[in-house]
Design a protein around this ligand. Sequence first.
Ligand code: KG4
Ligand code: ZN
Length: 340
Amino acid sequence: MLVLGIDTSCDDTSAAVVEDGLRIVSNIVSGQSDIHTKYGGIVPELASRQHIEMIAPVVDEALKSAGIGLSDVGAVAVCHGPGLIGSLLVGCSFAKALCYGRKIPLVAVNHLEGHLLSPFLESPQPEFPFISLVVSGGHTSLYLAEGFGVYRELGRTRDDAAGEAYDKVSKLLGLGYPGGPVIDRLAADGNPGAVDFPRAYLPDSLDFSFSGLKTAVLQHVRRQGAGIKGQQPPGLAPSVLADIAASFQAAVIDVLIRKVQWAVRQNGARQVTLAGGVAANASLRQRMKEMGVDEGVEVFIPSVPLCTDNAAMIAVAGYHRALKSEFSGPELNPAAYLPL
Ligand code: KG4
Ligand code: ZN
């Protein structure tokens, strides 16, 4: 079955065609970071307007590059949350109209389930049960995935998501939005041991906390005597900036890896997956692989374009829900807050 996936949860307009929940036939992503960069973060109203502009051409392009028409589509899978409500509304309204007009079954997909199932788009594929770390701009959670649609949350962030911490630290260092890729690149030239930033291990819990780390970076930068006014570059030497980026990144990754290790041991897991935008991070990918070797578990990490937001992952989750006839109707409403 060919599933047309649609995701407009945040600042990317994406549409994809996936066959049988496995094979990507097309996967189009139209990003908006050019629009939001000058504001130092996503402006929700601008994001919604851009989705309205882009949704029809992006869906057209996904169908065209798959070489199919709407009559070949077995189901439309749309992300209905969590995310920015105005952005989600655009994708949901479009998908509902398409399905109503063309009599195509509609499936609602949780964005986090999309990320969690993204490793199925490449081979080898993971096998249930596995531990999944989903690290994105809005979420940082550990799951025990026991089957399609069967996920137990083992831990989650109590404050900021890992990606949010990257974005906030990037902003306070004057490095712009989105922060993850910039800090990732900069950290490669820095010394991760230069600044001993705090690691919130939260004993006896698989929860995370990153807001203290962000504050520690801010205080460190202030102690360096650098002025931080709005988005002004703080005027630190490039090598000092690189050291701060590398040290901040090491603190985030140390905690992520330690929690995955605990989750593996507590659940006797044999496989681990990593997903979400922060899974694009070069150092995190490397450290996860090393952890896999140390713990004797197989590690699955999607290639970078499948870590950041994309509609192919939504189509995978939608396919498995369609198999169980979990369809939605025109009453489907998006939700900004939507637990998995
Ligand atoms: O999954 P995603 O594309 O959107 C959400 O669902 O939030 O994740 C976006 C987040 C942003 O916070 C971005 O800074 C972060 O992923 N990110 C990275 C990297 N690429 C994107 N974080 C660290 N290193 C990267 N290379
Ligand atoms: Zn995402």
